[in-house]
Design a protein. Structure first.
Length: 391
């Protein structure tokens, strides 16, 4: 029937037949100076810098400056941005009150999305010109998201919110506000690397969503709120939580009184056509470079049995399907080792990705055309209206 519409009905309606790119796969819709994903060679480049080098040598705050300005900062520029971001991490009493009004079992991503959207109501920037107002909003959004996540982590457990400290980085403050005590330098550095690793990834689903909203000339709050909504999905930001749960289940099943070997469990899942979370990526044909970075920490921090389970799953999937781990595969076990509850894994992703969303939104504003693709119509051909009494 679909072929009939295309071959007969469409020409009659004067509609041309289009080459449908389901999911926009492989379709280039714009240009960007923010990041390059080289899926064939397993490379991620942020404003000209390899992600591995940034994770090794940079900080999250410096990487934020980079994606916003497309260059590395001077020391004074970095100090200024860091101070501004830390100042913006302070949550106002109305915002804390709003968090305390939510049910403690609310989905943390729903809390984050709602709280940021509400903040746009509380935050009315002075008339400094549109560019200045956007720059102020950018720092505010990053700082607020970085505080909202750990604040909800405490409030949802019935403990009081802790204010950020001016002498700590975003990563340091996140762990301090969540746990109530200052994290070690090693723990802070590991989280800092994880934040850098997720800062931008070309036109992924949430970034594209933010750009679509921005293309209507909606404000920065609306665009980032939309990005958070897209990130919540289990096929995007929610994958790391599910990947960890799946690995833990496989590990437990392999160590029961009547054990099921890890390899056989994976083969059984494939036979049932089940998806192995954290494995495979639309862009990467080889191992996700971010996965290799976070794996080094997982190898040291995660329980040995859990890590070995992950490696066996990886080996089976490469052999059987030619699919490799993505960034979500090992990251969950690292976050758990840092004392971060699994419910906060995806909101933590938002803390990291927010600067990237903002960078793309600013890029969209600078050379804007409303994003309005077409869909191929496969409904009924042209027909006459029948009055209700004759139906």
């Amino acid at each position: 029937m679909r072929e009939f519409y295309i071959a007969v009905a469409f020409p009659l309606l004067g509609v041309s037949v289009m080459d449908v790119k389901k999911g926009l796969e492989g379709l280039v819709v714009d240009v960007t100076r923010k990041s390059l994903v080289d899926g064939e060679n397993g490379k991620l480049v942020i404003c000209g810098y390899d992600i591995a080098e940034l994770c090794e040598k940079s900080t999250f705050e410096e990487s934020i400056f980079l994606v916003w300005n497309e260059r590395l900062p001077t020391k004074s520029e970095l100090d200024s941005l860091s101070q501004r971001l830390t100042a913006e991490m302070q949550l106002s009493p109305p915002m804390v009150g709003l968090l305390e009004s939510f049910p403690v079992n609310a989905n943390p991503m729903d809390v984050l999305r709602t709280a940021l959207s509400a903040y746009a109501v509380f935050h009315i920037p002075p008339p400094k010109g549109i560019e200045k107002s956007r720059a102020d909003a950018a720092s505010t959004i990053v700082g607020q998201i970085a505080s909202l996540v750990p604040a909800w982590g405490r409030i949802s457990r019935g403990t009081a919110n802790i204010a950020p400290r001016g002498d700590l980085s975003i990563a340091g403050n996140f762990l301090y506000m969540l746990q109530g005590s200052e994290a070690s330098k090693e723990e802070t550095r590991i989280l800092d690397e994880a934040l850098i690793m997720h800062i931008d990834h070309n036109l992924n689903a949430s970034t594209f969503t933010a750009r679509v909203v921005a293309s209507t000339m909606a404000d920065l709050y609306g665009a980032v709120t939309a990005g958070i909504a897209a990130l919540k999905g289990p096929l995007h930001g929610g994958a790391n939580e599910k990947a960890l749960k799946e690995l833990q289940d496989i590990w437990v099943n392999a160590n029961q009184a009547y054990p099921q070997p890890v390899e056989q469990q994976v083969l059984d899942k494939l036979a049932r056509k089940e998806k192995i979370m954290g494995i495979g990526h639309r862009e990467y044909k080889v191992k996700d470079p971010r996965s290799s970075i976070i794996e080094e920490h997982a190898k040291r921090l995660a329980p040995a049995g859990l890590y070995q389970t992950a490696k066996t799953v990886e080996e089976v999937m490469v052999r059987e399907r030619g699919l490799y781990p993505n960034v979500d595969f090992f990251s969950g076990m690292v976050y758990e080792a840092l004392g971060i509850p699994s419910a906060l894994f995806t909101p933590l992703f938002a803390v990291s990705r927010a600067p990237g969303w903002i960078a793309h939104v600013q890029e969209q504003y600078a050379d804007n055309r409303i994003i309005r693709p077409r869909a191929e119509y496969v409904g009924e051909p042209l027909r006459s209206y029948v009055p209700i009494e004759k139906r």
